[in-house]
Design a protein around this ligand. Structure first.
Ligand code: PMP
Length: 364
C-alpha cells in the first residue's frame, strides 16, 4: 500500500487514521444490513442510528442547547451563502450586516446581496485581509436581521479567537474551516454552519446549527429544499441524505469524543500545533513572513511567504520529497499555506517545523 504523506490540504483535508481504518474495515458490510453504507437506504434503521449518533455527538461536543436544531444538508457552505439571507431576512427585518475578513466572507456577501439589503459592517480588503477589525471599527445596525462573519478565513489565514460583540442581533457564523476546533458557547449564535470537508469529514455534507425560533422566519414560498423549516421538521431526511458523508462525520465525532477526549483537549493541541509553525516564522529573521498580523492569526491555516517565487517553488518541491504535501498557497494569495486541522497529527506539524528551520538555514 502507498505510504500516507502528511497532507496539509485546505480541503478536502486530512482525516483521522483510525476513522479511515474503520471505514475500510466496514466497507464491505455493516453488521445488521450486511451491506455497506454506500448501499443502504437513508430510511433504514441502520442509517437512522448513524445520523442520530452523528447529531448526538455534535450536541455533546458543543453542549448544543435543546432550543437549537442540528441539520445535515447538501450544497456546501456556498448554498448557505444564499439560504441564510433567503430564510432569515423578513419584511420587518430586511437588512443584514456582514463583516468581511477574507475571500469567503466576500463570496457570502455577494450572494446575500442578491436576496436583500446588506450593510458591510467592515471589509478588510484594502489591507489585503491581513487582520480582524477592532470592535470600534464595526458599523453595526442594531435592527439588522442578523450579523454574518467568517470565524476562520481559509485562504487568508485570519481567524476570530472569539465571537464579535453584536448585542441582540443574531450572530451567523461561517465556521467551515474551524468547526469543532475549540469548545463554543452555542447560545451566543443564531446560526452556525460548516461544510464537512475540513474539520468534520468528507465533502458532501454541511452542518447547520440554528436557534429554533429563527425557523419561524422561513417563508412557505421558499423552494422546499431551501427552507430550513422543511429540513428541521424532516430530521434532515427530507430527501436522500448524503449517507456516506454523514457516516464519516459520525466516526470523526466519535474520535473527537473518545480518542481525543473532547474539544478542550482538541483546542490545547491545536494551539500547540499552530504555535510551532508561527514560532518557526517569527524566528526566521525575516526569511518567512506571515500573511496575517500576529493577533489575527489562524490556528487552522498558517499562511506565509518566502523571499522569492524561486524559493517558494524550491520549498514546495523539497517538502514533497520530505513527505509533506499540498502546501501551496491559494492562487489568489500565493506563498505557502499549511492547513493543520484537528486530524493533522502533532508529528506532522513537527516534521514541517523542522523542515522549515532546515530550509531556512540552507537558503537564507
Ligand atoms: N466558507 C469557507 C470559510 C470555506 O473555507 C469554504 C470552502 N473552502 C466555503 C465557505 C465553501 O464551501 P463549499 O465548497 O463546501 O461550498
Amino acid at each position: 500500500m502507498t505510504q500516507r504523506a502528511y497532507n496539509f490540504s485546505a480541503g478536502p483535508a486530512v482525516l483521522p487514521e483510525p476513522v479511515l481504518a474503520r471505514v475500510q474495515q466496514e466497507m464491505m458490510a455493516l453488521p445488521g444490513p450486511r451491506a455497506s453504507i454506500l448501499e443502504i437506504s437513508h430510511r433504514s434503521p441502520t442509517f437512522k442510528e448513524i445520523i442520530g449518533a452523528a447529531e448526538a455527538n455534535v450536541r455533546k461536543l458543543l453542549s448544543v442547547p435543546e432550543n437549537y436544531s442540528v441539520l445535515f444538508l447538501q450544497g456546501g457552505s456556498r448554498l448557505q451563502f444564499s439560504m441564510i439571507p433567503m430564510n432569515l431576512l423578513t419584511n420587518e427585518k430586511k437588512s443584514a450586516d456582514y463583516i468581511v475578513t477574507g475571500s469567503w466572507g466576500k463570496h457570502a456577501l455577494k450572494e446575500a446581496r442578491k436576496e436583500g439589503e446588506i450593510n458591510v459592517a467592515w471589509d478588510g480588503g484594502d489591507e489585503k485581509y491581513t487582520r480582524l477589525p477592532t470592535s470600534d471599527q464595526l458599523t453595526l445596525d442594531p435592527n439588522a436581521a442578523y450579523l454574518h462573519y467568517t470565524s476562520n478565513e481559509t485562504i487568508h489565514g485570519v481567524q476570530f479567537p472569539g465571537e464579535p460583540e453584536v448585542g441582540d442581533v443574531p450572530l451567523v457564523c461561517d465556521a467551515s474551516s474551524d468547526f469543532l476546533y475549540r469548545p463554543l458557547a452555542i447560545e451566543r449564535y443564531g446560526l452556525i454552519y460548516a461544510c464537512a470537508q475540513k474539520n468534520l469529514g468528507p465533502a458532501g455534507v454541511t452542518i447547520v446549527i440554528l436557534r429554533k425560533d429563527l425557523l419561524e422566519r422561513s417563508r412557505d414560498e421558499l423552494p422546499g429544499y431551501l427552507n430550513y423549516k422543511t429540513h428541521a421538521e424532516a430530521g434532515s431526511l427530507m430527501n436522500t441524505a448524503p449517507t456516506f458523508a454523514i457516516y464519516v462525520v459520525r466516526l470523526v465525532t466519535d474520535w473527537l469524543l473518545n480518542d481525543l477526549g473532547g474539544l478542550e483537549k482538541m483546542y490545547t493541541q491545536n494551539q500547540a500545533k499552530a504555535a510551532m509553525l508561527y514560532e518557526a516564522i517569527d524566528q526566521s529573521e525575516g526569511f518567512y513572513s506571515g500573511h496575517a498580523q500576529a493577533d489575527s492569526r489562524s490556528l487552522m491555516n498558517v499562511v506565509f511567504r518566502l523571499p522569492s517565487e524561486e524559493l517558494t517553488v524550491a520549498f514546495l518541491a523539497q517538502a514533497e520529497k520530505s513527505n509533506l504535501t499540498a502546501l501551496g498557497g491559494h492562487r489568489s494569495v500565493g506563498g505557502i499555506r499549511a492547513s493543520i486541522y484537528n486530524a493533522m497529527p502533532v508529528a506532522g506539524v513537527e516534521t514541517l517545523r523542522d523542515f522549515m528551520v532546515d530550509f531556512n538555514r540552507k537558503n537564507h
